[in-house]
Design a protein around this ligand. Structure first.
Ligand code: SAM
Length: 301
């Protein structure tokens, strides 16, 4: 959704933008091109492999791009390091990149046989998906599958995981797929979501504490917008979209922002054809309207 992101951020030359999920650098590159010749981009990503890819891609922009390996929940600290209090726009394109799914070898996808890791930042996080499956109580696992995967067979699956781990601890994605297929009375079909989809989502969200970090990030991002600055968030499932929607409504009620569009934007049919993973994307955007109550004058950069 590159054109929608550039419109939402209303990218202007010479301003400073943050891409809080720089990923492979696609959106960041478009923002730098549109904000030529002196616009700056601060990019964050918690995945070191993706950050290395973005670094290589953005190299032609020289010192206009500044990248940080960190969680976006540390946005305020990063801006402080850059001696900034506000910026003209912030983007968060949530979730995983294609590379993480297809080539990271960290067990994000259930297609092959990979270690059940699922950490986006292996250097900072200690608990893998296998650790969760092998150590959490049946009640905890059931709650994770239900609350983070909206999996209706959560209890059955948690019971099955606990039975299976007594025979052999969970180590690979194939073992988890086997647990799902033997616990859930739904067979894989080409028309429906694969039965393991929700369980993989739930574990990934739990391992990376994605919803908690998103809830930490949103108020920091709103506070970091200069007047008329824009925050654009693209969510890929209802749990994260609900958090974004509520944070935006709350900020709107407090008089800090206005919604750019009443309804979230969806990808065009052509984009979904090119990239089927985009089909569930919802883009929401708010425009900063006011100086936060009690805060001093703001610098527009
Ligand atoms: C959908 S991809 C972004 C793709 C990017 N917009 C592009 O054009 O290439 C999401 C990225 O966000 C990163 N990410 C997810 N949660 C994060 C968080 N809490 N803090 C920092 N990075 C995060 C992932 O590692 C991944 O690289």
């Amino acid at each position: 959704m590159v054109p929608e992101v550039l419109d939402g951020l209303s990218v202007q030359p010479d301003r400073t933008y943050v891409d809080a999920t720089v990923g492979l650098g696609g959106h960041a590159e478009a923002i730098l091109q549109r904000s030529s010749p002196t616009g700056r981009l601060i990019g964050l990503d918690q995945d070191p492999d993706n950050l290395a890819r973005a670094t290589a891609r953005l190299q032609p922009f020289g010192s206009r791009a500044l990248l940080f390996h960190c969680n976006f929940s540390n946005l305020t600290d990063v801006l402080e390091k850059c001696h900034l209090t506000t910026v003209a726009g912030i983007l968060a394109d949530l979730g995983l990149s294609m590379e993480q799914l297809k080539v990271s070898g960290r067990g994000f996808s259930f297609g092959g046989e990979e270690p059940l890791d699922m950490r986006m930042n292996p250097a900072a996080q200690t608990q893998t998906a296998a650790d969760l499956l092998n150590t959490r109580s049946e009640a905890d696992l059931s709650r994770i599958f239900w609350e983070l995967g909206e999996e209706r067979w959560a209890r059955r699956l948690a019971r099955r995981v606990v039975q299976m781990r007594q025979q052999r601890p969970f180590q690979t994605t194939a073992q988890l797929v086997q647990a799902v297929l033997s616990a859930i009375p739904v067979k894989p079909s080409s028309r429906r979501l694969h039965p393991a989809t929700r369980v993989f989502q739930a574990l990934r969200l739990a391992v990376n504490q994605e919803l908690e970090r998103l809830a930490d990030f949103l108020p920091q991002a709103i506070a970091a917008l200069a007047p008329q600055g824009r925050l654009v968030v693209i969510a890929y499932h209802s749990l994260e979209d609900r958090i974004v929607k509520q944070a935006f409504l709350q900020a709107e009620k407090a008089g800090l922002v206005q919604r750019w569009q009443k309804k979230p934007l969806r990808p065009t049919a052509a984009e979904v054809k090119r990239n089927p993973r985009a089909r569930s994307a919802k883009l929401r955007c708010v425009v900063r309207t006011a100086v936060a109550p009690g805060s001093g004058p703001q610098e527009v950069v």
